[in-house]
Design a protein around this ligand. Structure first.
Ligand SMILES: N[C@@H](CCC(=O)N[C@@H](CSS)C(=O)NCC(=O)O)C(=O)O
Length: 301
């Protein structure tokens, strides 16, 4: 009897933790977990397996190397994330997707931290804000601007698929992930288990495909072939979030992305019916970004 009471107590405790967690888990995971459980086993054991999957997904995340610097920065106007990465030993830094209006903030931070900005990179030619790369070159003259060759935009350095960029002993690899625009790239820092997905993959969403060279089938393939094939524990950092999220993982997006978990035809249908208004800045941002953001930038004295 004592044994029975103890078993029931454990089962209900497991259920108390597992039920909220299960809300976030897809039917597919529950089903695959169920394959390993005898049909007679109680549902609390199902929930325990689900909980174990959930914990495993989180505890396999990598931690950054001690000499790797990472800072996520935000522009409230365009909901854009920029990312400052650096080698703490050599002080060489790169800045991903800077925003014109935040260039002074970013330059000040880089100087305060004692870094030297080697590269200012864009994941793609943005349509909703003017890039800060042009202005940063003026504020921090050693900066080299970078974008993909297939973007069609001007920059000091053009990247091809799989090319790497080094800063100190660290490097990022540029993966071509077209679909939102032709020139979209995802930047991966393999040693740290992180990737910067630009507008290709957003948290529980993705970039729209209804202007520039947008193509939903291409975007679907980019995500499934280049991002979802990265290790599941990789942390993903998008160029935007409109709901207050900061980051995600390959594992999470493969399970919970409401668009990209669908088959390609259903995805195309979703993308054809987003009916989003055009970005307010598009007519100014695209021509400016084609010139690396060197367009109406403030003149330094
Ligand atoms: N309202 C904003 C633009 C919002 C928008 O269209 N975001 C783009 C990325 S920036 S081009 C997008 O792809 N969104 C996908 C989505 O599902 O929201 C503005 O006026 O700037």
């Amino acid at each position: 009897m004592k044994l029975l009471v103890s078993v029931l107590r454990r089962a209900s405790a497991a259920a108390a933790i597992a039920v909220p967690c299960q809300k976030f888990l897809s039917r597919a995971i529950v089903n695959s977990a169920a394959r390993y459980i005898k049909p007679t086993t109680s549902s609390s054991f199902h929930q325990s397996v689900v909980l174990a999957q959930c914990v495993k997904m989180l505890d396999q995340r990598k931690t950054f190397s001690p000499d790797f610097f990472f800072r996520q920065l935000f522009d409230e106007q365009s909901h854009t994330y920029s990312y400052l990465l650096a080698d703490i030993t050599t002080k060489e830094a790169v800045l991903i997707d800077p925003v014109l209006e935040q260039a002074k903030r970013d330059a000040k931070l880089i100087e305060e931290l004692g870094f030297s900005l080697k590269y200012a990179l864009n994941t793609h030619m943005h349509a909703d804000h003017i890039t800060g790369t042009g202005y940063l070159k003026q504020l921090l003259p050693s900066t080299v601007s970078v974008i993909s060759r297939s973007s069609g935009a001007k920059a000091d350095k053009h990247l091809a698929d799989n090319e790497t960029i080094a800063f100190g002993r660290h490097e990022l690899r540029a993966l071509s992930t077209p679909g939102h625009t032709n020139g979209c790239m995802t930047f991966v820092v393999e040693e740290q288990g992180i990737a910067f997905t630009g507008d290709t993959l957003l948290i529980r969403g993705c970039g729209r495909t209804d202007f520039q060279e947008g193509d939903s089938r291409t975007l679907y393939r980019s995500v499934h072939e280049r991002i979802f094939t990265l290790p599941e524990n990789y942390r993903l950092f998008p160029a935007h979030d409109y709901k207050g999220n900061l980051e995600t993982t390959v594992a999470e997006e493969k399970r919970y992305n409401p668009r990209l978990t669908k088959d390609i035809e259903a995805f195309v249908e979703i993308m054809n019916n987003l009916n989003l208004p055009y970005p307010k800045m598009i007519d100014k941002a695209v021509p400016a970004n084609r010139e690396c953001g060197l367009y109406d930038i403030p003149k330094e004295n």
